[in-house]
Each structure stands twice: as C-alpha cells, then as structure tokens.
Design a protein around this ligand. Structure first.
Ligand code: NDP
Length: 453
C-alpha cells in the first residue's frame, strides 16, 4: 500500500500534522519509536511545568504563616512526584494515541530510516512507500565533549532520577538550565549554574535577565560566569558530593552534573543522505518557506529545522503545512512576536522585542518600567519583586515589547500578546481600565517614561 503522507516522529508537530491530514481524507501513517507526544509531553514542557509547580510550594510556608496559618515544615517526597508524573504522562500518551486512531492515522511504534528518496524501513523491517513524507523527529540534548562526560545527565534523565541529589551543577544558561535550576533549588537541592559567557538567556531583554538572575540569587541559586567545566571525575570527598568538576582554575564537588547546553536535531539514524535531504552546518534540515526540503517529496517541521524550538511553533507549522497540502494554499509562518515564557522562579514571560533589539531597529523608543512587591507577599518577609517593562516605538506609538517577571507571568503575557501581535498603541493600553488589585493592572497604568540616556 502507498500512503499519501507518512509522518516520521510523533511529537507535537508530527501528531498535529498527521491528524489534520487524515481528517482531510489523506491516507496517513506515522512512525514513532518512543512514546507518542514526543519531547514536550514526555521529557519536556509538561513534566517540566509539573515539577515547576512542585518546586514553588516550599515558599508557601512562609506566606501561609504571614496570613495566620500555622505551618512549620512541608515534607517533600520526590518518588511520589515522579510516580504521579508518570501516571499523568501515561494518561496523556493514551489521549494522543486515541486522537490519532480516531482520525484514521495508522501508528507504528517504530523508528524509521530512509532507504531511498521515496521509501523508508521501520525497525521491524517493514518497508513503507508514500507519495509524501514529513520529518518531525525533533531534537535531543547535546552532551559536552569533555573528559568524564559519561557522568553527565541531561533533561532526559533529570525527571526520573532515583532520588534527589543534595547538590547539582547545571551547565548552560538557556531555558532548560534556568528552569531546572529553579526546580532543583525549590525542591531543596543546592544548585549552581555555570555559563560559558557573561550572561544567561542570551537574546532576552538584558535588564530583565539581570533582574531575574538577581531574584534567583536571592532564592539561593549560585552562578559561575565566564567558565565551563573541563573535566569531571569521581570524587573522594564524602558528604554525597560524588563528582569533582574541574573548571579553568578551580575544582568543585557536586552530587550531580547536568548539561543544558542546547539541543541538536535527532537525525542520527534517519538516513537523510539516502533521502537526498540537505542539512545546515549544525545538522538541521534545510526547508523553504513551505517546509519543503531539497527533496520535493519530503517536508520537515519542528525542532529538526533551524527555526524556533517551541511546541506551539511546531504545531502551527503543522497546521500551515497541511492546509497548504490539502487546500492548495501557499501560506507561510511569520516567525515574529512569538510569546514565550521561562518557567523559572519567578517566571519570566515576554512578547515582542527586547530593549536592545528595539534600539537597533527603531529610531526612537520609549521605555516604561515598574518594580513592586506583589500584594500577596506584603505580609510576609519575602523580598521577591515583580518587574514589568513595556517598549513603545515613538513614531507609530505601537507597543513593540512586553516583558514580565513574577508569578503567573506566562498567563499574563499570553493575554497581552494579542494586543501586541495586533499592533495596538500605548494609548490603547492607557484607555484600558485595570483590574484592581492585581499585578497585571500595572501594565495598563504605566505612565512615567524612563528618562532617555
Ligand atoms: P538554549 O539554546 O536555550 O541555551 C543553550 C545554553 O547553553 C546557552 O546559555 C549557551 O550559551 C550554552 N552553551 C551552548 N553551547 C555550549 C557549550 N559548548 N558549552 C557551554 N555552554 C554552552 O538551549 P536549551 O537546551 O536551554 O533549550 C533548547 C531549546 O528548547 C530552546 O531553544 C527553547 O526554544 C526550547 N525550550 C523552551 C522552553 C519554554 O518554552 N519554556 C523550555 C525548555 C526548552 P551562549 O549563550 O553562550 O550561547
């Protein structure tokens, strides 16, 4: 039998694409060697957010006491969290499988390898032919090539550790490093981040990143800047610090070392050479504006292409691709104003431009900032603050960037991103009445421009 579309990879992009294509009447097959749902459901966004919730509760003791509750200590059971997380992920895997089945997608629990430009082989030896293929295999964590790298864990293993380490070093300063540092720190693990450069979250608004780093330091996370481990070995020091980690001039001991230095396309055994697919220098699949690879019968979306590695982006790429293929359209994805959040503690969420990129693009900008202690914390000894930044293009008066650091940042910025994506002006924000008392009302009551330097 020849499929109309065969999808390789059952993550966020692959599942959405195959379902939509099958609903449109195409004969669709999908191969996934791991659990359906991919990184996001099984080893990424979903378990990360659950663990992030888990890590915030320990701060509630102090806050509850300030409201008159008597709570002395909360006991945390790591094994219970891991077990409950697994149960929830099994439920989600089931939902994904039934969605695919009900849409008429034939699912193969198998890895796939291209044999030629129009055929693949599954792990059990089945040969599949299809009129078109879609590669949505996603990515995998990069492990640094240093002595002792076999001791390093990545986000793939971190969710299922046998027990919580007493201390951890997290290498890298991207989303995953910052989020896991907050999770481990919140769960009581002595946490250190090491970054090769002088900042974490490169590309985000620098003032906001500095604010976030300061808040994370206040919560006890340590940062090592401009330095990277060069070797890891077993430590003779007891107190559970199992590993010696060698830096440029110093050696430190940690119970665990985790790498979060980026992710690479998962194309190792895909046979891209046999399929006639061109790659970038970092081994991402090259696609045109319509997700077509150098082999016109093969498409690619999601983390395996060199665009934006975010679940909602992969899902929207899938929607556009399948509409184009089934409805004779020529739509493209606009990789602009994509709201995003870092589920650190506190959370940071952002939409639009940083101050640095706005200054490069626009002749003149206005910047509005607000920093305050949220009402919920005013009775407690907590010194955590909320930080809000709004950036306006003076010529058009449009709000071109919003950055929020504080509780529920993602929920707040998701709502406001409609205004920014729609090109609303500062005066539209000013004309909106705030909901009082809330932290988000500050976004519509910002009146004082920051003095220009
Ligand atoms: P990122 O690309 O976000 O960050 C990589 C980090 O590792 C940077 O700080 C980088 O430093 C550093 N680094 C890179 N190479 C080396 C090296 N050889 N040695 C030391 N440090 C190095 O990667 P992540 O792994 O954190 O995340 C991968 C992707 O997953 C992200 O791009 C994001 O899109 C997605 N993601 C999204 C989440 C969300 O939406 N909340 C959550 C988690 C992941 P430098 O700045 O110097 O390059």
């Amino acid at each position: 039998m020849i499929y109309d579309l065969f999808v390789i990879g059952g993550g966020s992009g692959g599942v959405r694409a195959s379902r939509l294509a099958a609903i449109e009447g195409l004969k669709v097959g999908l191969a996934e060697g791991w659990d359906i749902g991919g990184t996001c459901v099984n080893r990424g966004c979903i378990p990360k957010k659950l663990y992030s919730y888990a890590s915030h509760f320990n701060e509630e003791v102090e806050i509850m006491n300030s409201f008159g509750w008597s709570v002395n200590q909360l006991d945390f059971d790591w094994k219970a969290l891991v077990k409950n997380k697994k149960k929830e992920l099994t439920r989600l895997n089931g939902i994904y499988n039934s969605l695919l089945k009900n849409a008429g997608v034939e699912v193969f629990n198998s890895w796939a390898t291209f044999l030629s430009k129009n055929s693949i082989e599954l792990s059990d030896g089945t040969i599949i032919k299809s009129k078109k293929f879609l590669i949505a295999v996603g990515g995998e964590p990069i492990v640094p090539n240093i002595k002792g790298s076999e001791f390093i864990i990545t986000s793939d293993e971190a969710f299922d550790l046998e027990s919580l380490p007493s201390s951890i070093l997290i290498m890298g300063g991207g989303y995953i490093a910052v989020e896991f540092a907050s999770i481990f720190n919140g769960l009581g693990v002595e946490t250190t981040i090491s970054v090769r450069g002088d900042k974490v979250l490169r590309g985000f608004d620098e003032e906001c990143v500095n604010f976030l780093v300061n808040e994370m330091k206040k919560k006890g996370i340590k940062f090592i800047f401009n330095n990277s481990p060069t070797a890891i070995s077993h430590s003779k020091v007891s107190n559970n610090k199992e590993f010696n980690v060698q830096f440029k001039n110093d050696t430190y001991q940690f119970s665990k070392v985790m790498a979060a230095i980026g992710r690479k396309p998962m194309i190792k055994n895909l046979g891209v050479d046999k399929a006639g697919i061109d790659l970038t220098s970092n081994k991402s699949i090259i696609v045109d504006d319509f997700f077509q690879t150098s082999n016109k019968k093969i498409y690619a979306i999601g983390d395996v292409i060199d665009k934006v590695q975010l679940t909602p982006v992969a899902i929207n790429e899938a929607i556009i691709l399948i509409k184009n293929l089934t409805k004779n359209q020529c739509s493209t994805f606009k990789y602009k104003n994509i709201p995003t959040a870092i589920f650190s503690n506190p959370n940071m969420a952002t939409v639009g431009m940083s101050e640095e990129s706005a200054l490069e693009k626009f002749k003149e900008i206005d910047v509005y900032v607000s920093e305050f202690k949220p009402l919920k914390l005013t009775l407690s000894k907590s010194n955590e603050k909320v930080f809000i930044k709004l950036i306006v293009d003076c010529e058009t008066e449009k709000v071109i960037g919003l950055h929020y650091i504080g509780n529920d940042a993602a929920e707040i910025v998701q709502g406001f991103s409609v205004a920014i994506v729609s090109g609303l002006k500062k005066r539209d924000f000013d004309n909106t009445i705030g909901i009082h008392p809330s932290s988000a009302e500050e976004i519509v009551t910002l009146r004082e421009k920051r003095k220009k330097l």
